[in-house]
Design a protein around this ligand. Structure first.
Ligand code: NAI
Length: 342
């Protein structure tokens, strides 16, 4: 039996996290779910946006599936996501961006995997008011963090037979920080993975090239803020935030979550597409198979993937973001029916 920490989160979080839980349970895999609070919801129950017991549960059980959590804009508490990723040292955000069956978009054959450094950069949150009207934000970049995210990207590329790693940067302006990021990435390439193609692009040009022809990209490697922005941009290439999953991976634990946020505009209305969270669950099951050697997890992941491919292809239960009229619950019901057929 496996234990997974489930963090429902805020806004649409509980809807999509519980949908993913239901879909995973319907595969028959023996999972014990430990539900833990985080986000604004946790203030009411525990008086803290990220209770220590939630972090401890992830440390103990090593794997979490998380719904999004809200962060106040321009004031209020520090981002729960940033704190969680830092405290658990989940340094690699991995976000696969692919076309989905029957989801019509401007491009076919998009198959990109974003590797985002997840622990530093401008997300260090070191901000100061120097004097009235003058504020600073410090971009922190360490060789250690650059090296481990570069290594993670190249190792992934090698393991999955990917051909190229492209580094997006702005080292023409941030000569020390982004300069270090590309220098270290190139070193990891040259010394450890010379057979994988390596490319560097200044990120403004990279954005233009990506929207002109995303099919020329394979694995993308970048620091924290760029990775955040590019994840949403790339989601737009394949049908939006409802279809892009993600993983936050460290050496001792991993937390899986969709790229999207709490979507307050549609929360509680059965309008959220749970697919991105379900796909994050598939990534989680494959990770569990890799780390525990239990192939039943991989088989459950394959069943779920087969089910969403089938439901999307059949096309009568698409959620609104994908051009259909179904609610998230009806989509989840269709997924469960499909899994039970297999
Ligand atoms: P958002 O991703 O929540 O929403 C952007 C747009 O996409 C909205 O129109 C929303 O309705 C739509 N959308 C998002 N997920 C969807 C889904 N599953 N199905 C259908 N439509 C979906 O981004 P926004 O509005 O910038 O952020 C809202 C809150 O979420 C903020 O407090 C932000 O800090 C937080 N956030 C949390 C994340 C996390 O916990 N991992 C990630 C991103 C944002």
């Amino acid at each position: 039996m496996h234990t997974v920490v489930l963090i429902p989160g805020d806004g649409i979080g509980p809807e999509v996290a519980h949908a993913a839980q239901r879909v995973i349970n319907s595969t028959g895999l023996d999972i014990r779910w430990v539900e833990m609070p985080a986000g604004e919801a946790a203030i009411a129950t525990d008086g803290d946006t990220l209770p220590e017991k939630t972090l401890d549960a992830i440390r103990t059980h090593k794997v979490g599936l998380k719904g999004p959590v809200g962060t106040p804009i321009g004031k209020g508490f520090r981002s729960v996501n940033v704190t969680l990723r830092k405290k658990l040292d989940l340094y690699a955000a991995v976000r696969p961006v692919r076309n989905m069956p029957n989801v019509k978009t401007r491009y076919d054959n998009v198959d990109i995997v974003i590797f985002r450094e997840n622990t530093e950069g401008l997300y260090s949150g070191i901000e100061n008011e120097i004097t009235a009207g003058v504020v600073t934000s410090m971009k922190v970049c360490t060789e250690k963090a650059c090296e481990r995210i570069a290594r993670a990207a190249f190792r992934y590329a090698k393991a999955r037979g990917r051909k190229k790693v492209t580094v997006f940067h702005k080292a023409n302006i941030m000569k020390l920080t982004d300069g270090m990021f590309i220098r270290v990435a190139k070193k990891v390439h040259d010394e450890e993975h010379p057979t994988i193609a390596y490319e560097e692009l200044i990120i403004d040009n990279g954005c233009m090239q990506l929207v002109k022809d995303p099919t020329r990209y394979d694995v993308l490697l970048m620091e924290n803020l760029y990775g955040d922005l590019m994840s949403d941009l790339c989601a737009g290439l394949v049908g939006g935030l409802g279809v892009v999953p993600g993983a936050n991976i460290g050496d001792n634990a991993a937390v899986f979550e969709a790229v999207h946020g709490t979507a307050p505009d549609i929360a509680g209305k059965n309008l959220a597409n749970p697919l991105a969270c379900i796909m994050s669950g598939v990534m989680m099951l494959n990770h569990m198979a890799d780390t525990t050697g239990d192939e039943a997890c991989r088989a459950a992941a394959a069943k779920i993937k087969h089910a969403y491919d089938a439901v999307l292809t059949e096309g009568t239960t698409l959620t609104r973001d994908l051009g259909g009229t179904a609610g998230g619950k009806e989509f989840t019901d269709a997924m469960v029916r499909e899994i039970q057929k297999s």
